[in-house]
Design a protein around this ligand. Structure first.
Ligand code: HEM
Length: 418
């Protein structure tokens, strides 16, 4: 027996990873698919975000001790935290770079879900709460960007809020309320500060709780090659599965004798697990259409995999803090309302939308296009409800998803370069 790792424990751990073409449905005590390909790790991005958000809350709370939300002192207070407080630079940079990383991880989370169509059926509420979370995170990022009260942050706020003015009828009023006056000034900083440290984080915590509660209830989406499989031995032909299926993938067919038996249309089944949960005789499991696949128990194996991915992401975050903090543009020069800088750069994730605004014939049409993209994303579960889930069986949809990702990247790079 190894002194540190008892052999029995190690063997038990190895034996738990097995090849099977069946996946049971419970979230906690059963199996899920083991990460076999690099891309499987992307299904951990939700878990990773939870930990990154925790880091954000802790560093944010520490910064609250020394930051001053006063236009005369804000810039100096950030510089003082960096230079005078022990390890202050670490907390400021962790907070700033982590804010950028969280949005990147969330974009990946969202695009992966779109790719495997995990936004449908019983998971649509996760998608809706996720959309609210994304919106809250972006607004939190926007409000936090102003707090250092530097040239870049000041003018990014001027441009960002100015764009809202084009909203018909209510535009001016919204801008006035957001800024706390006509110009970006002291009241704007107070309003953004309150939004950033109280109201938006409170909303994020509430929606995160609900989002994760829903994931807990429905379980994480099975891989696209899985479908529901019915055990004819135990099935009593009650028809609950046919009635409950949101994808019309189960039909009751006349079987032997007087008993009707459900039949699953593999092309339509989304492996959403609803029928598994509702079947009174527990005669349904998820089965792989492409032969046996590696599965692993949720606890501890899958959780350890998730934790490993989280630790690697946190290491990347620290690498960013130590190696790239000199590249942060938002902290170089204090805000000066009388000098407009040559180049105004919003945070990276607004660079693409900002570029769209710049190339459109008017700000209004730009804003309208961005609103249309936003609404399509939010209401994706209404637009894309049924049909096959396997990316290989829906090339047009996958082309659209890939084009969206590609356009987002291109517009962001274009924004940086122009
Ligand atoms: C603060 C932001 C968010 C947090 C903390 C979060 C957290 C999570 C977690 C922990 C999961 C379980 C699977 C995993 O670990 O990836 C999950 C799944 C999910 N999330 Fe999020 N999420 C967030 C934002 C979003 C956004 C922006 C969307 C989409 C608009 C979204 C939609 C979903 C959906 C549909 C699932 C189910 C996916 C599946 O079953 O594979 N989430 N989320």
């Amino acid at each position: 027996m190894n002194r540190f790792f008892p052999t029995r424990l190690v063997d038990g751990f190895k034996n738990n990873i097995r090849k099977s073409d069946e996946l049971k449905h419970s979230v906690l005590n059963d199996a899920t698919v083991a990460p076999d390909r690099f891309w499987d790790v992307l299904s951990y991005t939700g878990t990773i975000s939870v930990f990154l958000i925790l880091i954000q809350v802790v560093t944010g709370l520490l910064l609250l001790f020394y930051y001053s939300p006063n236009p005369l002192k804000a810039f100096e207070s950030v510089i003082a935290i960096k230079n005078e407080i022990p390890n202050g630079f670490l907390f400021v940079n962790l907070h700033t770079i982590n804010a950028k990383l969280i949005v990147l991880v969330l974009f990946i989370h969202m695009f992966r879900i779109m790719y495997v169509s995990a936004h449908r059926g019983p998971r649509k509420n996760q998608w809706y709460t996720g959309s609210v979370l994304m919106t809250l995170m972006l607004v939190t990022g926007f409000s936090g960007y102003l707090l250092p009260w530097s040239q870049q942050s000041y003018w990014a706020c001027v441009i960002g809020t100015e764009a809202i003015r084009t909203v018909p009828l209510a535009g001016d009023l919204i801008v006035y309320l957001l800024r706390g006056g006509k110009e970006v000034a002291g009241p704007t900083l107070s309003i953004f500060y309150m939004l950033h440290i109280i109201f938006l984080p409170a909303g994020i915590i509430v929606f995160m709780w609900y989002h994760i509660k829903k994931v807990w209830q429905t379980g994480v989406a099975a891989p696209p090659e899985m479908i529901a499989g019915i055990n004819p031995e135990t099935c009593v032909g009650c028809g609950v599965c046919e009635r409950i299926c949101p994808f019309s993938a189960i039909r009751m067919m006349s079987g032997t004798g007087s008993k009707s038996m459900p039949e699953v249309d593999g092309g339509l089944c989304n492996a959403c697990r609803l029928c598994l949960d509702k079947c009174p005789t527990q005669s349904i499991t998820l089965k792989s259409q492409s032969g046996p696949m590696k599965t692993e128990p949720i606890f501890p194996h899958n959780m350890l995999h998730r934790m490993s991915a989280t630790v690697v992401t946190i290491m990347i975050l620290f690498a960013g803090v130590f190696f790239f903090h000199g590249m942060l543009i938002e902290d170089k020069i204090p805000a000066d309302p009388f000098i407009t800088p040559d180049r105004i750069k919003p945070d990276w994730y607004f660079m693409g939308p900002y570029q769209v605004l710049k190339i459109m014939p008017s700000e209004f049409t730009g804003l309208l296009s961005l609103l249309a993209i936003y609404l399509v994303l939010v209401f994706l579960p209404v637009i894309d409800k049924k049909g096959p889930r396997d990316p290989e069986k829906r090339p047009l949809y996958i082309l659209l998803v890939k084009t969206s990702i590609f356009s987002f990247i291109i517009f962001t790079i274009w924004g940086f370069l122009s």
